[in-house]
Ligand binder design. Structure first.
Ligand SMILES: Cc1cc2nc3c(=O)[nH]c(=O)nc-3n(C[C@H](O)[C@H](O)[C@H](O)COP(=O)(O)OP(=O)(O)OC[C@H]3O[C@@H](n4cnc5c(N)ncnc54)[C@H](O)[C@@H]3O)c2cc1C
Length: 405
């Protein structure tokens, strides 16, 4: 952390119509936070951030700032935009452990179950606990954070932050049931039986999408999302081929390079990269290579086999070469998106998903099952942390309206 944040705060123009705020999916009141920070009112700045976005510390680290706050700063039109996320990070980091029970309403005796401890579940739990509800979070892993814990690599997000969140949440009265998958032994019906007045489902998308090709079950093939959960248990070898060029593929490549693989290559069918510019640049800087115009046909013990695309002058794929290309690789990692698991839909009467298995919700974020609400990736598909938080705030409001009504 450098003192340049003080200079950054001084540069803020305090715009009447702050574009930075519009660019932030959580609509953080950036001018107000910067002003409080400049005037040494750090707790006030921290409270403003936390009330609007309980995971502001996480967002200050993992959001795509160039596309959001920083990218919308008017100063960026002719010069350097304000690096607000570093100011936000400093304030949120300093504020988080001082939160404690501050601002928690008197207990109202109502019980709420939150299924999933990712950004959406954490947000709902914090908001409802602050309003006096007894919140229990159920999650099928041993640590909280969801994809923050098991997807985003350590070198991008220090996992100690999530432990600090857990402490704060415990102090707010939130109870935790780790290693408890709902939809296996315990069902949503059981939760209703045991008196939970409302239930939130924030279970995300944890089922890797399969390619449906020959060789996908071989020992040298893995799924990106499974690999990121615990990279140190994999022996990938020196040459790694990654199928896909989305954000998850970038994290897989950078992690593999940090775990000793020397040649890591990402393959895409077209010339389009789905990942954000920043992630691509960091991946390049880490030493990964990018190969375009390769459509995966099958995987053998020697590596992936591709059809090689032909392009027109606009870089559109027009067809494929006749001969297949066998690429030598010790391991192949498939990173072509995720879908939700279907445990909850299969075990809960009336809970409906769409054709992609994503939960259907109404304008109050209530699912097709009375009293059961949802938000985050399990509703919208793979998205971002800040989007999950924004939607979870709406769900928490919907749940309170339901329970009070
Ligand atoms: C590798 C990777 C990198 C990413 N990088 C970024 C990034 O840099 N910036 C960004 O903004 N976004 C990033 N994302 C996306 C972001 O992490 C997700 O959009 C966000 O975590 C979604 O939050 P969520 O609460 O909906 O679900 P999740 O974070 O997926 O959390 C789901 C929770 O539900 C639990 N669960 C699932 N099923 C059950 C069940 N049946 N019973 C009990 N518990 C269950 C899980 O254990 C978990 O705790 C990344 C995603 C991945 C995969």
């Amino acid at each position: 952390m450098s003192l340049f944040i003080v200079k950054e705060a001084e540069r803020c123009l305090q715009c009447k119509k702050p574009m930075c705020m519009e660019g932030c999916p959580a609509h953080t009141n950036i001018p107000q936070v910067v002003q409080a920070f400049k005037e040494n009112r750090l707790l006030e700045a921290g409270e403003t951030l936390f009330e609007n976005n309980p995971l502001s510390l996480v967002c200050s680290i993992v959001c795509d700032h160039e596309a959001q706050c920083t990218g919308h700063c008017v100063l960026g039109k002719k010069g350097s935009p304000i690096i607000f996320y570093e100011i936000e990070r400093f304030i949120s980091d300093s504020y988080l452990d001082r939160l404690k029970k501050k601002g928690v309403a008197e207990n109202n005796g109502k019980q709420v179950a939150v299924i999933g401890a990712g950004p959406s579940g954490m947000t709902v739990a914090i908001i409802l606990a602050k309003h006096g509800y007894n919140v229990t979070i159920f999650y099928d892993n041993d640590k909280i954070g969801g994809m923050l814990q098991y997807g985003i690599p350590d070198f991008r997000l220090n996992k100690q932050i999530l432990e600090r969140y857990k402490n704060v949440m415990q102090q707010m009265g939130i109870r935790f049931r780790p290693n408890t998958a709902i939809g296996e032994s315990i069902t949503i019906e059981n939760l209703k039986r045991d008196g939970y007045a409302s239930i939130f489902v924030g279970t995300g998308v944890w089922r890797p999408k399969m390619l449906g090709i020959e060789g996908e079950t071989l020992a040298n093939v893995h799924y990106g999302i499974s690999y990121l959960g615990n990279p140190s248990v994999y022996q990938l070898g020196n040459n790694v081929a990654i199928i896909g060029m989305g954000n998850v593929a970038m994290d897989v490549a950078r992690t593999a390079l940090r775990h000793g693989s020397e040649h890591v290559t990402l393959y895409a069918r077209s010339k389009r990269i789905a990942a954000s510019e920043n992630e691509v640049e960091f991946t390049r800087l880490d030493g990964a290579e990018f190969v375009f115009g390769r459509a995966i046909e099958k995987i053998t013990q020697s590596g992936p086999v591709f059809r090689v695309a032909k392009f027109d002058e606009n870089d559109n794929v027009t067809g494929y070469e006749e001969e297949l290309e066998q690429v030598e690789a010790d391991s192949v990692i498939i990173a072509v998106s995720q879908a939700p698991k279907n445990k909850l839909i299969l075990t809960t009467e009336g809970l409906e998903g769409n054709d992609r298995g994503l939960l259907v919700i109404d304008e109050n974020c209530m699912t097709t099952c009375e009293g059961v609400f949802s938000a985050g990736d399990v509703v919208h598909g793979s998205n971002t942390v800040v989007a999950a938080i924004h939607e979870a705030k709406k769900a928490a409001a919907g749940m309170m309206k339901y329970m009070e009504g």
